[in-house]
Every structure is written in C-alpha cells, then in structure tokens.
Design a protein around this ligand. Structure first.
Ligand SMILES: Cc1cc2nc3c(=O)[nH]c(=O)nc-3n(C[C@H](O)[C@H](O)[C@H](O)COP(=O)(O)OP(=O)(O)OC[C@H]3O[C@@H](n4cnc5c(N)ncnc54)[C@H](O)[C@@H]3O)c2cc1C
Length: 291
C-alpha cells in the first residue's frame, strides 16, 4: 500500500494511478514523464531542469479509453498515444482528433506522444488542442487529495501554462460524440514533422445546429471564434447541407479577425491571419459542400 505523501526521490516508475498520485503528493512534486517527446527534448536542450521524475506510461488507468454510447461521450486516458487516436475505433468516434493526430510528428513520435502530454505542454501549436477546444472537452485532473473536472476553455491560461497544480495528474479527457462534420487542418513550413504556423478545427452538430471553430498557433492559447461560429450557424442551410460562397468568405474573414497572431521565426502575424482565414473557409466548405 502506498501512502499519499510518501517520500520519493529520483525516478519513480508508477504502475498504478494510486502510486503516481502518491509520488506527486510530495513537495516539491516530481515532473510527470509520459512519452517524453516534449520533456526529453527540453531536458536534452537544457531548457528545463527537473529534480525528480514520475513516469506514467505504465499506469493502466491512463492507458484506457471508453465509449459511452448512451451518453454519446468518449473518454480518452491521458496516456493514449496519437498513434492510437489516429486509428479505429477511436478515429471513427473522434474524426477531427484523428485527423490532428495524423499530422503530429512522424510515426515514431506518434507511437510515444500522448494526448496528456500535449495537454501538459499546452503549447498554442499543440495539434490536439484546437480539437479539444472545438469539441468543448472536459479535462479530468486527479491528486491524492481529490479529483476535479475542468472545461478545456479554462484549462490553458497562457502559452505553456495551465491550471494544473504540481500535485495533479491529467487523467484524461472526455469529448462528446457529435452528429455532423468534423475537420482539422494546419499549415506549416513543410508537409510532415512540422510545428503548425496556423491550425484550425471545425465541428458541426446537426442536432443542436451549432458550428464551433478553434484556432491553433494564432494566439497565446488556442482561441475560439464565437462571432464566426454564430454567423455560420445562422447562415448555412442545415437541411440542404449548403453554404453560399459569400458566407464561406465572410466566415473566413470573421475567423481571421478573431486571431491574435504574432510575428516569429516561423511566420509573420499577417501570414498567420491570412492562413487561418483560408483554413476556416475550407473547413466550412467541406462541412457544407454545396452552394
Ligand atoms: C520530432 C517531434 C515532432 C513533434 N511534432 C509535433 C506535432 O506535429 N504536433 C504536436 O502537437 N506536437 C508535436 N511534438 C510535440 C509532442 O510530441 C507532443 O506535444 C506530445 O503530445 C507530447 O506527449 P508526451 O507523452 O511525449 O509528453 P511528455 O514529453 O512526456 O510530457 C510533456 C509535458 O506534459 C506533462 N505531462 C505529460 N503527461 C502528463 C499527465 N498525465 N499529467 C500531467 N502532466 C503530464 C509533462 O510533465 C511535460 O511537462 C513533436 C515532438 C517532437 C520531438
């Protein structure tokens, strides 16, 4: 039996959720290591130093996923990899997340990289994050002292900053199963192994007649574009599955206006804004193919 607060030093290889949470209950809490595709790069480059580490890739509770057909929800444990997300059965249940997963790094990276690690890093360029934002996912956090659920909209507080406390583990995320188109697309400097210059996820729900779009790499955190969402939901023909060219153009412009991009070594702010306008228009056209 592992007691919360038991001293842990160096590397703890957690093989249960209880053990991982007990390790994290020590002050200062060790750093969580999942696939290591972000953390090991930072350590190797000397951008980050850690006193101790708890590895979580052998925690069975984080390696599970569940589809609740009655509630129409999908729970993904934090340790589910992008490779698993990119394939069925998860790909059919969360198509945009699968599309985003297929754009992450290379096959080797996707086999190690986890959705929990993407959330833990909380880069505005993280490819999974616009999808979680558009799906209005819930992030599940646990500590030895208790659990809490955080709406994705409240999870990221700035570039690489989140509401997660050092003693908390990201256990997983829950996303709804929607009835309608879902798509993720991104622009980078090349086609593979690339951090996005701009990314966008659009999801539609024919039942609630809602359209949601979230943007990556064009702000300090992933951004939603509520004005554009309302414009599209009111403007498309839900029954015929149509959107006019004018609406698609106006939607793109309104999404671009919601972006808060910066100039950096990868792209100018102006290019990023233009890119996100184009991506948004393309996604709406894919969702409503007929004019
Ligand atoms: C060559 C290369 C290409 C890449 N390409 C892409 C790309 O195209 N798109 C993209 O989005 N990312 C990319 N990445 C970044 C990285 O693969 C992803 O962010 C990945 O999801 C990180 O997951 P991980 O399991 O490896 O996290 P780790 O490196 O293990 O951890 C990342 C951070 O999250 C924390 N953490 C991990 N799991 C948990 C948990 N359960 N609870 C609390 N905190 C946790 C860690 O402490 C750390 O701070 C790339 C990385 C490399 C090296």
């Amino acid at each position: 039996m592992v007691r919360a607060g038991e001293p842990v030093s160096g590397v703890t290889i957690a093989t249960s959720l209880e053990r991982a949470l007990a390790a994290l209950a020590v002050d200062p809490a060790p750093t969580v290591l999942a696939g290591g595709t972000d953390l090991m790069v930072e350590l190797n480059l000397g951008h980050r130093r850690v006193a101790s580490v708890v590895t979580v890739n052998r925690v069975p509770e984080l390696r599970t996923w569940r589809h609740d057909a009655a509630a129409r929800t999908l729970f993904l444990g934090a340790g589910i990899t992008y490779d698993e997300i990119s394939r069925d059965p998860i790909a059919t249940l969360a198509p945009a997340l699968a599309q985003a997963a297929r754009t992450v790094g290379s096959p080797q990276i996707r086999h190690a990289a986890t959705i929990g690690g993407n959330l833990g890093t909380a880069s505005p360029a993280g490819d999974g994050l616009p999808v979680l934002a558009a799906l209005e996912a819930t992030v599940h956090l646990a500590a030895a002292t208790g659990t809490r659920d955080v709406p994705f909209a409240d999870f990221c507080t700035g570039p690489k900053r989140t509401v997660r406390r050092p003693d908390e583990l990201i256990v997983g995320v829950t996303v709804p199963e929607l009835d309608g188109f879902q798509g993720y697309t991104k622009v980078g400097t090349r086609n593979a192994m690339v951090i996005s210059i701009a990314g966008a996820c659009l999801v539609t729900d024919r039942v609630s007649r809602r359209i949601r779009i979230a943007l990556g790499s064009v702000g300090p955190t992933v951004l939603r574009a509520p004005e554009a969402e309302a414009l599209a939901a009111a403007g498309v023909d839900w029954d015929a599955g149509r959107a006019t060219d004018d609406l698609v153009r106006e939607f793109g412009r309104t999404v671009g206006a919601a972006a808060r991009p910066i100039d950096d070594h990868r792209a100018t702010a102006a290019y990023r804004r233009h890119a996100v306008e184009v991506l948004a228009g393309r996604l709406l056209r894919r969702a409503f193919p007929n004019d």
